[in-house]
Design a protein around this ligand. Structure first.
Ligand SMILES: NC(=O)c1ccc[n+]([C@@H]2O[C@H](COP(=O)([O-])OP(=O)(O)OC[C@H]3O[C@@H](n4cnc5c(N)ncnc54)[C@H](O)[C@@H]3O)[C@@H](O)[C@H]2O)c1
Length: 356
């Protein structure tokens, strides 16, 4: 196989960001991934709204548009599918694509229920196809620097409060189509927490509830304590909340209220803004550990692109297909994240510690 012919299902905002890399056209794609971006082409595009599909076809190419995803799944000219739809279709479309022999790049969250997670993990194992979750934080420079310096930190504090309160009417807030802000956005930071922890969860205890919305069935606030199997401990604080620009006081423009702090024996690091930015501090002698950047310097001050990594996701997926490499964010990673968030909801509802 010398190129990846892509079927796109869901032609909205996020697939636009991925498709901007096709053909090696994005200046933000890492140089070592450009050959794989050049070997990727759009073949077919599906959307329930054909105008969206046509707009994508005009911008990124493609042989046809359709409002029937089944045409993409059964098209023998298509090797792989990018699924970037609303969340209730992620699992059924993933399973159908795998059944039809297509590799899958799925936007987050991978699935909405534990059963869906189990079904996808089993289907990936059964088919041996590449299945990658677009967990963007893993691709960002700050994340990579922290992961290298702290392979298994003692403590992890993950924060994913949204800067404002989500409007009631948007699809991600719908309990069926989206699942709410914690599943929709918190999943980025939950995945980053586990990625940096380097361990599976053992138990979680969460308090939370509905503090910002009218629907009683979509929990919008979670404060969770986590124990990992390797003995380290963590916290996940997520939800709507109107934190606004309260974290924007550092000298850089990102100010995104999403961060993960890791602490390990007198050393600490902060991944900010989906891990696009990072900084390090040390309370140990320099002979024992030298932070990768000088203290109080952020990686973005070293010239890092504020959206680092986003334009590497689709080219990385293509590389994994073309070179038969393991994907960096697997179905097991996607399942862990959805399952953890659902266990947080269960703990908050029942008041019990939940074991994995
Ligand atoms: N990684 C990130 O930072 C990030 C950011 C935003 C969104 N996302 C994710 O990307 C995905 C898409 O979000 P978006 O912001 O692009 O939404 P969007 O509404 O802009 O686009 C979704 C598209 O899917 C289409 N669609 C909906 N249901 C469909 C169906 N059943 N079959 C075919 N097409 C269908 C819609 O018409 C729309 O064009 C979601 O999973 C979302 O969580 C990720």
């Amino acid at each position: 196989m010398d190129k990846v012919r892509l079927g796109v299902i869901g032609c909205g905002n996020m697939s636009r960001i991925h498709l901007a890399t096709v053909g090696g056209k994005s200046e933000h794609t890492a140089p070592e991934l450009l050959p794989f971006a050049r070997q990727t082409e759009v073949y077919g595009l599906a959307d329930v709204n054909l105008a969206h599909a046509e707009a994508h076809r005009q911008a990124y190419g493609g042989e046809y548009i359709t409002d029937d995803p089944e045409r993409i799944f059964t098209d023998p000219n298509i090797d792989a599918v990018l699924i970037s739809t609303w969340h209730d279709t992620h699992a059924p479309y993933s399973l159908r694509a795998l059944e039809c022999g297509k590799h899958v790049l799925i936007e987050k969250p991978m699935a909405m229920t534990e059963q869906e997670c189990d079904d996808i993990v089993a289907a990936v194992e059964r088919t041996g196809l590449k299945y990658m979750v677009a967990f963007r934080c893993r691709f960002a420079r700050g994340t990579k620097d922290i992961k290298r310096e702290f392979p298994q930190p003692d403590n992890i504090i993950a924060h994913a409060r949204f800067g404002s309160i989500w409007p009631e009417g948007i699809w991600p807030q719908d309990p069926i189509k989206g699942g709410g802000q914690i599943l929709s956005q918190g999943c980025h930071i939950v995945d980053l927490m586990f990625h940096l922890a380097g361990s599976e969860p053992e138990s979680v205890y969460a308090v939370g509830g509905v503090y910002h919305h009218s629907r009683p069935d979509v929990i919008d606030t979670i404060n969770a304590s986590v124990r990992f199997q390797n003995g380290s401990v963590g916290a996940f604080l997520g939800g709507d909340g109107g934190t606004g620009g309260i974290l924007a006081s550092h000298p850089l423009p990102c100010g995104c209220p999403f961060f993960v702090m890791v602490v390990d024996k007198g050393r600490s690091a902060l991944a900010i803004d989906h891990g696009h930015d990072a900084r390090f501090e040390s309370g140990v002698p320099e002979a024992e550990w030298k932070p990768p950047y000088a203290e109080r310097v952020y990686s973005q001050e070293l010239g890092e692109n504020p959206a680092s990594g986003l334009s590497d996701i689709l080219p990385t997926f293509a590389r994994c297909i073309l070179k038969d490499e393991e994907v960096p964010a697997t179905a097991v990673d996607g399942a862990r994240t959805t399952r953890f968030i659902l266990k947080c909801f269960e703990s908050a509802r029942t008041g019990r510690v939940i074991r994995f």
